[in-house]
Structure formats: structure tokens, C-alpha cells
Design a protein around this ligand. Sequence first.
Ligand SMILES: *Cc1c(COP(=O)(O)O)cnc(C)c1O
Length: 345
Amino acid sequence: MLIDLRSDTITQPTPAMREAMFNAPLGDDVLGDDPTVNALEAKAAHIFGMEAALFCASGTMTNQLAIRTHCRPGDDVICDQLSHVYLYEGGGIMANALASVSLPQGKRGKLTPDLIRDYIYSPADPHKPLSRLVVLENTVNKGGGCYYTIPEIAAIRKVCDEHGLLLHLDGARLFNALVETGDPTQAYGQLFDSISICLSKGLGCPVGSLLLGKASFIGQARRYRKLMGGGWRQAGFLAAAGIYALDHHVERLRQDHARARRIGTLFSNRPEVEEIYPIDTNIVIFRLSETLLAADYVQKLEQIGIRGITFGKHLVRFVTHLHLTDEHIDQMAGALQQLTLETTY
Ligand SMILES: *Cc1c(COP(=O)(O)O)cnc(C)c1O
């Protein structure tokens, strides 16, 4: 059997989640009366101490709506070079918000107050774009699932306040960070102007992300969502999965993290693996020796029943999720013994 660790997005709804979806009361969300969507939005806003929330089809949509709503044409967004909003959203900062972007290079994709300060332009200089928005990612996908702590974020918030900048969080895997740090969710609502969280990653929903923020901001984002064709009708089927996941799939993320560490140990013993990123949450990234291409290696792994993805010329990524069991990892350990150096080089 193939062990699929390409992403935590590949999971399918559990029987209990399907049951919750099947039984969801429905309405027309574009008309504002789908009770399950409304309940999910209220629940998520409450968890993070935000005024309002908007349920959307994807994390790309919630991030892009946030950037579009916060920025005007010619504004500048500051985000790390490795950030999803820059690398993996189709150029949306430019295409959707007509904004430019500044790209500091943090350590494992994490920004610091000093890095951000270096990229803030003087609003008095008409040559420059107008610095408007800072975007943080937590956990950092490209950084191998590393996370920010509240004091780190508070220091960044301070810089934003000093320079009149807004602060958005791409929290696609925010709950993975929260189960590790134990940080209070309400603090996030106080530190960020807007937050995007994904339900279809570690939380195991088939579809869905939420944008959180002030009521006026969410109202404007709702207009843009409609403009982009993102208004949806009986979306309560999907929202029910979200409510179920927030109630039942958060604490279990710890298991994904423990399994990611086990997988890290398996690969750290391999001669072809040069370096493994520290495993902080559910993402395992390792670098192969120079002579080995990640694309070839991933193919070899697939032949022995393990599926990962290439994450650079010599980088391989695995993501653990709710379908992965301890038995699968035992199976991986056995399979890896068949992966001999002769077959890899
Ligand atoms: C997955 C992900 C998103 C959103 O992706 P969608 O596939 O559009 O839902 C955003 N940011 C990060 C860091 C992600 O990993």
C-alpha cells in the first residue's frame, strides 16, 4: 500500500465528519442564511477573539482577499522570500491587489523586526511604493514547519505600529503551531489585523479556509469574494466539516508531530541524506547529497511505497496527517531497507 505523505491536504473526511456534513442544516450563504456557515464563522472568530469571519474555498482565496482588502494599487507588501503568498499564489499580490512586494530573507522563512525595518520605505519618498502590509506565515511551510512564538510576533507588531503598517497572518497551519507553543488563541486576534486559517490541511476537512478580522474588513472582503465568483450557496455541507474539525481534530495534531519526528529519525540514518531540517511540527524536509536529484529520489521512494514531493533540486518534503498511523511508519522503516545505495545512485 502506498503511504501518501505529499501533503496534509490529501486526507478524506472521516466517517464521523461525513456524518456531521450529511446532517448539516443548510441555507443560502450568499443570502446570508446558511446556519452552519454562520455558526462556523462565529465559532472561528470567537476562538481568535476577532469580530468576524468569512468562510472561503481555499487558503489562497483568504490570503488574497486579505491582501486585496488591505492594500491599494502601488502599495507594498513585505513578506519573506519563502512565503506562500509570494511563491504559491499565482502572483496574486500583483494580479489581484496591484501591489508590489518586498522580500526579506529570514531564517527558515521567519521574519524579524530588524529584517522588516530594512524594507520599510519612507512614505515621504514619492519614488517608492507605499509600505502597507506585513505578512507572516505560521507555521512556515518552506521553512519545514517552524513556528513563531507570541513574543516574536509582538515585537513585529510593534514595528508595524511604529510605521502604520497592517499585519496579516497566513495561518494555514496555525493550529500545528498552537499545539506546540500552547499560546492563547485570543492573543492572535489582538496581534493581527487579519488571520487566514485552513481547514483542509492538518484539520482534515475536504475543503475550506477562514478569513478573520474586524467586521468592517470582513464586510469588504465579502464584497471581493463575490466579485471573484466566490459566493457559494449551500456551503453548510462544507462548514459542518469545519465545525467538526475544530471540535475534534486540533489536539490530535500532536500525534502528527510525533510521527513526523519518527520519520525524521528514519531518514537521518540514511547515507544519501545530508541534512534534515529541525522537525518542529508536521513537516519533514531533508536535503540529499549533491549527486542525487530530488525528482529521481522521489520516484525511487514511490517504487517502495512511499510518496513525498520534491521541494527544491535536492530537497524532499513529507507532511504527516490524520491518515498516517504508527504502523505505516513501521512499514516505511521496512521499505526503506529495500532502498539500497545501488538503486539510488
Ligand atoms: C496550503 C497553504 C495555503 C493555502 O493553500 P490552498 O491550497 O489555496 O488552500 C496558504 N499558505 C500556506 C503556508 C499553505 O501551506
